[in-house]
Design a protein around this ligand. Structure first.
Ligand SMILES: *Cc1c(COP(=O)(O)O)cnc(C)c1O
Length: 495
């Protein structure tokens, strides 16, 4: 199984190389040469397995140059004893045929843990095959959750250094605290004066800057990415959609006509994984793409025009405050029948003019696959309250966006097929907004707010949140987006 680039499909590299590099030299994203198909026998076998074994089964198909032992080493290291639930990605029945896929039982309480607990294993295994003893320097742009999850995953991992850049005004107090107090001898954290897109563009610029690449090489280092542009981030996300299907079957549900999947979407990584699961044979029906007020994807799915020239909103679902959804590139590559020329043109237009329009045939395929909807902060809060009052279920702001858009989809279309809604963060990660939604005034102190939420809802805050109390702040670096490269050189102590 080799990997090709979305912008030049003549570029072909091994899985280890795709993961070690993170992004193709000309700026394209790596995708598998072909998508492995799962048979009904495969599903019967998968249904009997626990999560780490399911992950080995699925990931083994994508990791052509890994041995079975290496794959098991990665999945066991990532998923055994690291999540607060026996199942890392359990289903919670909200009502009837609607299940919540809870993806926040990991060490940083957001769905990024499912991928970032395993990425360090995948990356160090890959590097040992292809990087000839070079140190791997991970650069991360984060809208809040990736940063912390990557720091936790990579802290004190031999042969790696990790640097995280987050928008100074764009993360929740808890997210900021989680990152600024990070432990580990190979970690560094920066607040960027700008938004997530500025941080992401800055990181991409450094990755593709030949001069920076050369400097690292001279010092026996190389860059890699822990963002979902790295295939090593994406592949583990496919696993939980396969696993959710197995759990539906094990729970006696057989969605004969498929099941709908709703995903609160930002960078388009999570929903893309659901699409790949569908291509592998999981009977996913509609992919429901839920956005907040930054509804560039809703508009794109409606009109076929992707246009980032618009106001940027800071919302109560900050991990979705994104106007450039990087992984859409992989999606467009796939549904244009892997047309690397067109994919490059669209991405170039996005870079140069901030917009592009897809062809009619691509638009027709999008219509068939997707429904796009959005939900503003007011509606997000209403949804948190309604879901709590009606079902006794406490959800975070991102999950609420997904639930609201799903209900809107169902009301509009009458599509009553079974549904899985991805829940991407613990409500305690956004305690102030959640408490406010329930009609109580949050305290100015983040931990008192956590206490209030716990008392009001008689739920227990996750242990990693409690553990932040009184922890020493280690980082308070602030950086202009254009100075990110200098920050990297300075941290690495190279000229
Ligand atoms: C990252 C994140 C999202 C968006 O996921 P993408 O894969 O970037 O689309 C949604 N919710 C939460 C809580 C997140 O951390």
């Amino acid at each position: 199984m080799n990997y090709i680039s979305t912008r030049d499909s003549s570029i072909k590299v091994s899985a280890a190389s795709a993961i070690a590099k993170g992004i193709s030299t000309e700026g394209g994203l790596f995708v598998p040469e072909s998508i492995p198909a799962l048979t009904s026998e495969d599903f019967s076998v998968l249904c009997k397995m626990d999560y780490p074994a399911r992950a080995s089964f699925i990931l083994g198909k994508f990791l052509g140059d890994f041995t079975a032992e290496e794959v098991d080493h990665c999945t066991n290291g990532a998923y055994k004893g690291t999540f607060d639930n026996e199942k890392p990605a359990p289903l919670y029945n909200l009502y009837g045929d609607v299940d919540i896929l809870e993806l926040w039982h990991g060490p940083t309480c957001a769905f990024k843990d499912l991928a970032l607990q395993i990425l360090p294993f995948l990356l160090t295994t890959s590097a040992s095959k292809v990087s000839g003893g070079k140190k791997t320097v991970i650069l991360v742009a984060t809208s809040g959750d990736t940063g912390k999850a990557a720091l936790e995953g990579f802290k004190d991992v031999d042969g790696t250094e990790i640097m995280v850049f987050y928008p100074s005004e764009g993360v929740s107090p808890m997210q900021k605290l989680q990152m600024d107090t990070q432990e580990g001898k190979n970690v560094s954290v920066y607040a960027i004066k700008g938004n997530f897109d500025d941080a992401q563009s800055g990181v991409k610029r450094i990755f593709t800057d030949p001069e920076m690449g050369e400097k690292l090489k001279e010092n026996n280092m190389l860059f890699s990415s822990a963002n979902s542009i790295n295939w090593g981030r994406l592949a583990p996300q496919i696993v939980y959609y396969v696993s959710a299907y197995c759990d539906l079957l094990n729970g006696g549900k057989n969605p004969e006509n498929g099941f709908n999947v709703t995903v609160p979407t930002g960078n388009f990584g999570n929903i893309l994984a659901a699409y790949y699961a569908k291509l592998m044979g999981v009977p996913v029906a509609k992919l429901i793409c839920a956005s907040n007020a930054n509804k560039v994807l809703t508009d794109f799915l409606e009109t076929g025009v992707y246009d980032r020239n618009r106001s940027f909103f800071t919302t109560i679902s900050p991990s979705m405050d994104i106007l450039i959804s990087s992984n859409l590139e992989r999606m467009l590559f796939e549904i244009s029948n892997r047309d690397d020329k067109k994919t490059s043109q669209w991405q170039k237009a996005l870079k140069d003019e901030g917009k592009y329009q897809v062809d009619a045939d691509v638009k027709a395929k999008l219509d068939d696959l997707f429904y796009g909807g959005f939900c503003d902060d007011e509606k997000t809060k209403e949804t948190i309250k309604a879901v709590y009052d009606k079902y006794g279920y406490l959800c975070d702001t991102h999950t609420a966006v997904a639930i609201a858009v799903y209900e809107e989809y169902k009301a509009k279309t009458g599509d009553e097929r079974p549904a899985v809604i991805a829940s991407t963060a613990s409500p305690y990660k956004f305690a102030a907004s959640v408490l406010d939604a329930l009609g109580e005034k949050p305290s100015n102190d983040e931990f008192e707010t956590v206490e209030q939420l716990s008392k009001l809802t008689k739920t227990t805050p996750p242990a990693p949140i409690n553990a932040l109390r009184g922890k020493e702040v280690r980082f308070n670096n602030i950086c202009e987006p254009e100075n990110m490269a200098d920050a990297v050189l300075e941290y690495l102590n190279i000229k």
